[in-house]
Design a protein around this ligand. Structure first.
Ligand code: ADP
Ligand code: MG
Length: 299
């Protein structure tokens, strides 16, 4: 039965964009006016869709993710005037069969939200109180963990980027059809905080190497990171293109905060080298920050 479930589910759930589509449609069916989509590692590590819809009734939660359960149809008659995206009750159950899923939900009748951890068959394995407002949040971890060939297929950089683009297009399309809907998309949430002198500031030193004056912290740990260092220097010195001050070495400081699971600090014994799992996304974010600060693109 496990194999049959995996086979049929893998035909319903074929890609990251497919999961996002099903979850966002469920949110819209629940009357949500606000939907936040978060992806980590292009959705392969985590897809999270949070909405402010009507939530799932406590009585429905035991079967909400069991295949063929739907709260959207009561009779055959209903099929003739469908006003919802979903009606087959197939999406959640199929996603559960190919990933680790949890659902947090609260209706206006519940005092607090509850988070339900689901197994591969969509049944609840455990539950705990949580702190979210009215609505539903579905978290999908390790998509295709039990379909290694498919996971591998979607892991290529090109495929990842294609999928992300498709997710963007999809969300854009829903936002256009439904103008009152607020949709956001975040990929690899990274927090950046920095200290960058304004051009012409006084605290520039002309001595020593640039490295001595550039401080990078990842999750509060001082680290060396060649690529980030290079990017910071590039943007800073680009301002002095034509000037004699070009080889000044300002004090630059950048604090990066990422989820602990996306950084390896054990590369060297002194732990000053870090391996960031989403280096490209981080470099893009750093660059965007520098562009917003210094107002132009140096590279
Ligand atoms: P379908 O959308 O075809 O009904 P799904 O498997 O997508 O089937 O969802 C199963 C059921 O779970 C839905 O019928 C609905 O009752 C509930 N549900 C899923 N997502 C949400 C959500 N975001 N808000 C409220 N209820 C939801
Ligand atoms: Mg659905």
């Amino acid at each position: 039965a496990d194999t049959v479930r995996l086979l049929s589910s893998s035909q319903v759930i074929t890609s990251v964009v497919n999961v996002v589509k099903e979850l966002v449609e469920n949110s819209m069916d629940a009357g949500a006016l606000s939907i936040d989509v978060k992806l980590e590692n292009y959705g392969l590590d985590r897809i999270e869709v949070r909405d402010n819809g009507h939530g799932i009734k406590t009585a429905d939660t035991p079967v909400m993710a069991v295949r063929h359960f739907t709260s959207k149809i009561c009779s055959h008659e209903d099929l003739n005037h469908l006003e919802t995206y979903g009606f087959r009750g197939e999406a959640l159950g199929s996603i559960c069969a190919v990933a680790e899923v949890s659902i947090t939900t609260k209706t206006n009748e519940d005092d607090i939200s509850t988070q339900y951890m689901l197994d591969l068959t969509g049944h609840i394995v455990s539950q705990k109180p949580s702190h979210l407002g009215q609505g539903t949040t579905v978290s999908v971890l390790k998509l295709f963990m039990n379909l290694p060939v498919r996971r591998q297929y979607y892991s290529s950089t090109k495929k990842c980027k294609d999928e992300l683009k498709k997710v963007q297009d999809l969300l854009m399309a829903y936002a256009i059809i439904k103008p009152e809907l607020r949709v956001t998309l975040a990929h690899n949430k990274i927090l950046l905080d920095g200290f960058f002198p304004k051009p012409g500031a006084d605290y520039l030193s002309s001595s020593s190497s640039s490295q001595d004056k550039t401080f990078i912290f990842v999750n509060n740990r001082p680290v060396h990171h060649k690529d980030i260092m290079k990017l910071l220097r590039q943007h800073y010195t680009a301002q002095y293109e034509e000037e004699a001050t070009r080889n000044r070495h300002p004090i630059l400081m950048l604090k990066v905060t990422v989820s602990p699971s996306s950084v390896d600090v054990n590369l060297t014994p002194d732990k000053t080298q870090v391996l960031l799992h989403h280096k490209e996304a981080l470099l893009t974010a750093v660059e965007a920050l520098l562009v917003s600060l210094y107002g132009f693109r140096a590279t």
